[in-house]
Each structure stands twice: as structure tokens, then as C-alpha cells.
Design a protein around this ligand. Structure first.
Ligand SMILES: Nc1nc2c(ncn2[C@@H]2O[C@H](COP(=O)(O)OP(=O)(O)OP(=O)(O)O)[C@@H](O)[C@H]2O)c(=O)[nH]1
Ligand SMILES: [Mg+2]
Length: 260
């Protein structure tokens, strides 16, 4: 496989971006980086520009307004696909995801389309999270598993690697989720498309600097969308059952006719 691009969305990550970029470059020297900054008031975009000026493997995409993590990733994917990268990685800027785990994840793309860094499979872990964040992640993932009927243990995580060709088979134009629901949205589309998805254990470390963008509205968005997708799935299953049931007698009649 050719080149990989790590896409890092940023909003007010001036305290984190330098060390994150350095860690990615050290852990995976062949991999490029794209910082997607939504005009952070704290100057993250300017810092990223300075990093890019010193290193031709580092790129920056400046966006004029803060439109959430989902929109930033979609812009990053479009940039990476246009530039011809054949593997695209999602990674937070706050140090929660460990760049040192990147090579192992990229290797798994040799026989998978989507590799999910997972906190909740054996070997995965979370460091320094308060109890309410643990409960939110565990509860959110349990609800997602039950509503969507999937086996994925960590559907909300944001450390992931895609094969670009597989990602391009998903309709990205209709993805409208903003917060971490974006991650469930993409995964759900990938599973429905029949992509080869695998979870691999990661260690997730709570950010030590900067502020979390997690909010009540992000949780509500996720809850309402996952519930809707789950209901749509059930309706679809019932419809398929009814259609199959209706077809049965006519199939039997044809078979009987053929036997005669
Ligand atoms: N470009 C862009 N990046 C964003 C936006 N919102 C969040 N991010 C970035 O997305 C990544 C994840 O955001 P976090 O605030 O760490 O959210 P989180 O990891 O779900 O929450 P914590 O675990 O509390 O840190 C970080 O790199 C953020 O800077 C946004 O509106 N635009
Ligand atoms: Mg974070």
C-alpha cells in the first residue's frame, strides 16, 4: 500500500498540537498529517502553519467557522482522497490517542477496510477518566449495540483507520452528524455497506491540557440519531419478513407446478 494521512481536527488545541504532531512523525515517519482547524481563537491554526512550514509531511486545512468534528473530518477526507492517499486515519489532537499505536493499526488495513481503535475489547483501556465519562462511554456503546444490533464494542471511539477505496464506497454527502455521533454514523454506514471492520485494542488517555468539547447537545444528538437508525433497522427487518412471507406460497406454487 502507498501513503497514509492522519487527519487531526482541531479547535483550541494550541497546548497539544505541537507534541501530537511530533509524536506522529516519530512513531510513523512515512505517514503525513493534515490538521483541520476551524479558525481556533487560541491560534492553533497558526501553530499548525509553522509546523507545516518546517516539515513537508505536515499540511493544514483552514476552515472559517466551527462546524463540529464531523464536518472537519469530512473536509479532511475529501482533501486526502483528492491528494491520492490510500489510507486515511482519524486522530484527536489532545493526546488521548497514542500515535505509537498507529503502525499496528495501519498494518491491519492490509486485510480490513476499517480498523477501529477500541477501548472496550480485551487489551484496551482508559486512563484517568472520571466515573461519569466511563459511564457515558460504556452506556452509550451498550445502547448503540442494542439499538443497531451490532457486535462492535467501541462504536464511538475516534481513533480509526480507513482504506480510502473502501471509504469512497460510503455515501459521505448525506452524513450530517456533528459530535461523536459522527463516529457511529460512519461505522453504521460501513457495516451496512458490508465493509470489513475490525476492532483493535488501544489505550485512551484523558487529555491533560486544553478543554473538552464534549457537551450535552453532542450526547443528545447521538441518542436521538442512534434511536432513529435502530427503529429504521427494525422497520426494514419487519418489511423484509413480510415480503418473504408473502412470496413463500407463490414460490411453493411454482415449485409444485414445475414438479408436475
Ligand atoms: N476542526 C474542529 N475540530 C474539533 C471541533 N470540535 C472538536 N474538535 C476536535 O476534535 C477532537 C476531539 O474533541 P475533544 O474535545 O477531545 O472531544 P472528546 O475527545 O470527545 O472529549 P474529551 O474526551 O473530553 O476530550 C479534538 O482534537 C478537538 O480539538 C470542531 O468543531 N472543529
Ligand atoms: Mg478528547
Amino acid at each position: 500500500m502507498k501513503s497514509a494521512l492522519v487527519i487531526v481536527p482541531t479547535y483550541n488545541e494550541s497546548e497539544n498540537i505541537v507534541s501530537l504532531v511530533q509524536r506522529v512523525r516519530a512513531a510513523a515517519p512515512d505517514v503525513d498529517l493534515l490538521v483541520v482547524d476551524d479558525s481556533s481563537p487560541d491560534g492553533t491554526g497558526d501553530i499548525a502553519d509553522s509546523l507545516a512550514a518546517l516539515d513537508s509531511n505536515v499540511h493544514v486545512l483552514h476552515r472559517t467557522t466551527k462546524e463540529g468534528l464531523g464536518a472537519a473530518y469530512l473536509a479532511g477526507f475529501a482533501w486526502g482522497i483528492e491528494a491520492g492517499y490510500d489510507r486515511l486515519v482519524e486522530m484527536d489532537a489532545d493526546g488521548s490517542h497514542h500515535p505509537e499505536e498507529l503502525p499496528g493499526m495501519l498494518a491491519l488495513l492490509n486485510d480490513h477496510d476499517l480498523v477501529l481503535g477500541s477501548r472496550w475489547v480485551p487489551g484496551g483501556s482508559v486512563e484517568n477518566w472520571p466515573l461519569h465519562r466511563l459511564a457515558l462511554s460504556r452506556g452509550g456503546n451498550l445502547y448503540t449495540r442494542l439499538a443497531l444490533g451490532i457486535r462492535i464494542k467501541d462504536a464511538t471511539g475516534g481513533f480509526r483507520a480507513f482504506r480510502s477505496d473502501a471509504l469512497q464506497t460510503i455515501d459521505l454527502t448525506s452524513v450530517a452528524s456533528h459530535g461523536y455521533c459522527f463516529q457511529v454514523d460512519l461505522l453504521w454506514r460501513a457495516l451496512e455497506r458490508g465493509l470489513r471492520v475490525v476492532e483493535t485494542p488501544i489505550t485512551f488517555t484523558e487529555r491533560v491540557a486544553g478543554e473538552s468539547k464534549m457537551s450535552g447537545s453532542i450526547v443528545r444528538e447521538s441518542l436521538s440519531r442512534v434511536t432513529r437508525w435502530g427503529l429504521e433497522r427494525r422497520v426494514r427487518e419487519v418489511r423484509e419478513l413480510v415480503v418473504r412471507h408473502r412470496r413463500l406460497p407463490s414460490v411453493r406454487a411454482t415449485q409444485v407446478a414445475q414438479l408436475r
